[in-house]
Design a protein around this ligand. Structure first.
Ligand SMILES: [Cu+2]
Length: 141
């Protein structure tokens, strides 16, 4: 039988462990593929594959650009992608993406850390200032 004092110690021990257990139990939520954000007049949608991406494993990030019902073609737009962790800014270099002529630009990327990431796509057009669409998603352990 445990004495009352020992019971108390046990309880304190369990409570002290709880945050540690919670931290070990990080689960990445899948991204809502196809979510669309406005970059000025351009609607940008993101799809990630696999979903959620996994740390150390190559993932595909695919952006679809439209104005109204029309895909944005390369002569109308340039794309530059900046990936980062909002809670732990890493000052990562922007990656220029080549639009495919059918309103899409994509890249493959191996995420070096699990956690919350952001993808900012800067869309430039010949007439008008560049605009940016920002997405946030989880990278799983
Ligand atoms: Cu980080």
């Amino acid at each position: 039988m445990l004495g009352q004092r020992n019971m108390c110690r046990l309880l304190i021990g369990v409570l002290a462990l709880a945050p540690t257990l919670a931290a070990c139990n990080i689960q990445a939520q899948p991204f809502a593929n196809g979510t669309s954000k406005a970059a000025g007049p351009v609607a940008v949608a993101l799809g990630v594959q696999p979903n959620p991406p996994r740390v150390g494993q190559q993932a595909e990030l695919r952006f679809t650009l439209r104005t109204g019902d029309q895909p944005v073609v390369p002569s109308q737009a340039t794309c530059e992608l900046t990936l980062d962790m909002p809670k732990m800014p890493m000052n990562m270099q922007a990656i220029p993406l080549e639009p495919d002529g059918n309103g899409r630009c994509q890249t493959r990327y191996t995420f070096p850390m699990a956690g919350g990431w952001s993808a900012k796509l800067k869309v430039g057009s010949p007439n008008g200032a560049p605009a940016e669409a920002s997405f946030e998603f989880d990278v799983g352990p």
